[in-house]
Design a protein around this ligand. Structure first.
Ligand code: OAD
Length: 224
């Protein structure tokens, strides 16, 4: 069976990485226009680097949880699994997943806004860090900001069209185009989330609860 999985911040919540829109979520404490848009970066690159440096440090100290581990186990099994994440953390990889598609980029990668090259970040980035390829002082976190186009949309669209089952895990479905993937697929659809998302009505079936409980239970069933 071809299974397409889309994860969001909820899958990493129990690893201690905050979500965005829950009580005390990142967007209740930070103005996303200032830290997660190209315009915010142009206005104040130091503030944006500080935000992502702090998130990178949190991520370094976090550990994958039972939900990440269960999804890695599913990938090692006999189903054909495409794992897409909106998360910029690397907890899927550290749990053993491979070929993870990071549609919103990765905290561990840097991007040169001048030449477009990418490389592994040092733990801390600063304004005017020179690009190691072209030396332009135009380096930025390799994350997708509001107003930018997420990565790998062609691959994601194809996977949605070919899937037999689409599963969204730990995402509020407030952000497009990720929230619209459920509309691209003719497959069966399942939502695994703490509570109904904004697009809950678009899914055939749902299971609600903490990801560390409901994801391993679902993986056990689908692998049985
Ligand atoms: P949100 O913070 O919008 O939503 C997190 C979802 O996870 C909510 O539906 C919660 O109910 C659920 N949740 C919380 N704790 C959970 C747990 N322990 N187990 C299961 N589910 C849990 O995060 P995303 O949907 O990932 O983009 O946000 C999408 C995008 O918006 C992010 O990639 C980011 C953000 O702005 C950019 O920065 C471009």
């Amino acid at each position: 069976m071809k299974i397409m999985i889309l994860t969001g911040a909820g899958v990493s919540a129990e690893s201690g990485l905050g979500t965005f829109r829950d009580t005390d979520g990142l967007w209740t404490r930070y103005d996303l226009n200032e830290v997660a848009t190209p315009e915010g970066f142009a206005r104040n690159p130091a503030r944006v680097h500080e935000f992502y440096n702090a998130r990178r440090a949190n991520c370094l100290h976090a550990r994958p949880n039972a939900a990440h581990q269960a999804l890695a186990r599913l990938q090692r099994g006999t189903h054909d699994v495409t794992l897409i994440t909106q998360n910029v953390d690397d907890l899927h990889e550290r749990a053993g997943s491979t070929d993870v598609i990071h549609m919103h980029g990765e905290l561990t990668r840097a991007l040169c806004a001048a030449c477009g090259k990418r490389w592994d970040t040092p733990p801390t980035m600063s304004p005017n860090d020179p690009c190691p390829y072209c030396t332009a002082p135009a380096t930025r976190p390799d994350v997708v900001w509001f107003g930018e186009i997420p990565y790998a949309m062609d691959t994601i669209t194809l996977a949605a069209q070919e899937a037999d089952l689409f599963v969204a895990i730990g995402t509020s479905a407030e952000v497009y185009p990720a929230a619209g993937i459920v509309e691209l697929t003719r497959s069966d659809t399942l939502e695994l989330n703490l509570e109904p998302s904004a697009r809950a009505n678009a899914f055939d079936t749902h299971r609600f609860g903490p990801a560390t409980e409901i994801v391993p239970a679902w993986v056990d069933e689908i692998m049985a």
